[in-house]
Design a protein around this ligand. Sequence first.
Ligand code: NAP
Length: 338
Amino acid sequence: MKVRIGVIGTGAIGCEHARRLTKVLTGAEVVAVTDVNRASAEKLVAALGISAEVYGDGHELIAAGDVDAVLVTSWGPTHEEYVLAAIEAGKYVFCEKPLATTAEGCRRIVDAEIAHGNRLVQVGFMRPYDAGYRLLRQAIVDGDIGEPLMVHCAHRNPEVPEAYVTPMAIHDTVVHELDVLRWLLDDDYVSAQVIFPRTTKYSHSKLADPQIILLETAKGVRIDVEVFVNCKYGYDIQCSVVGEEGVANLPEPMSITTRKNASLSQNLLSDWKKRFIDAYDVELQDFIDGIKIRSLTGPTAWDGFAAAVACDACVKAQETGQIESISMPPRPPFYDAE
Ligand code: NAP
């Protein structure tokens, strides 16, 4: 039997996820959609050629008897209320990042899920599903490079819209590193600092670009993340883990090399959607498969909370210019891997 899914929010990623549920993945069907802009939800239903019901709002959709699980892909500030409503209804819910816009909001979700008694929430952090990051983690777990000591990362976008301002470098961009590096190193952050190099002429007065985020983990690993969102040349994700006995690098996305006109060249991606397209497929398939065996194993509400705590410290560090401490409470045993 297929898992019947309701999609709240039919913007860019909501449409993408509805498409992959309908055309790429197995074991699920989109039976309900909603969006503040009803016409956008109707357009999606028509484009996919499905017979999904269009609901007036997210709460009606969550309450619908034929909706087994919910995808929350609406605007970030709406996520908390929909995830809490899904938990209240006892329904599985996949929530795009952020889980909530504040750490307190994420904590409310954690508390509600624990009170419910079993895992219902998966957060849309897709990098742990990326084949390259998985190889990198396996190399660390297998001890191939000895104990990790340092990590050097870069997150570069060719350009961003005018509305993208300095704190968004953390909440919208570095949040992916904050999530995946905790998972990669099996560690938590204890401090954050943000350094502002000279700003590129391609930025504007409300965006300091690039930025360097310096993190320290509980085990003493030092991490630097360069975030540069007007880098012009492409969408480029780099991650290099320096261990006691070697260095492990995130593989580059597959691309052909050409020899022509006395030069050797290789194309880079420019669109983030293409960089992690396979990871998005795998994360949603994992959500569907987890529902079928009533055991979710993907990024948890606790991971969403941990990312929010780290984001808050990084934004504070942007403002103060100081090293800000990060204090994570112990992870509840509820979230221990089974
Ligand atoms: P988007 O294109 O603006 O889509 C958001 C959609 O939700 C819009 O159609 C918006 O309508 C609608 N919406 C707003 N409030 C709503 C409500 N109360 N009920 C139902 N629908 C509502 O944004 P997006 O790029 O798809 O991003 C959506 C979320 O996914 C964001 O939280 C974003 O951070 C996250 N995201 C994650 C990734 C990733 O890599 N994991 C990538 C992209 C996005 P209006 O346009 O009319 O306001």
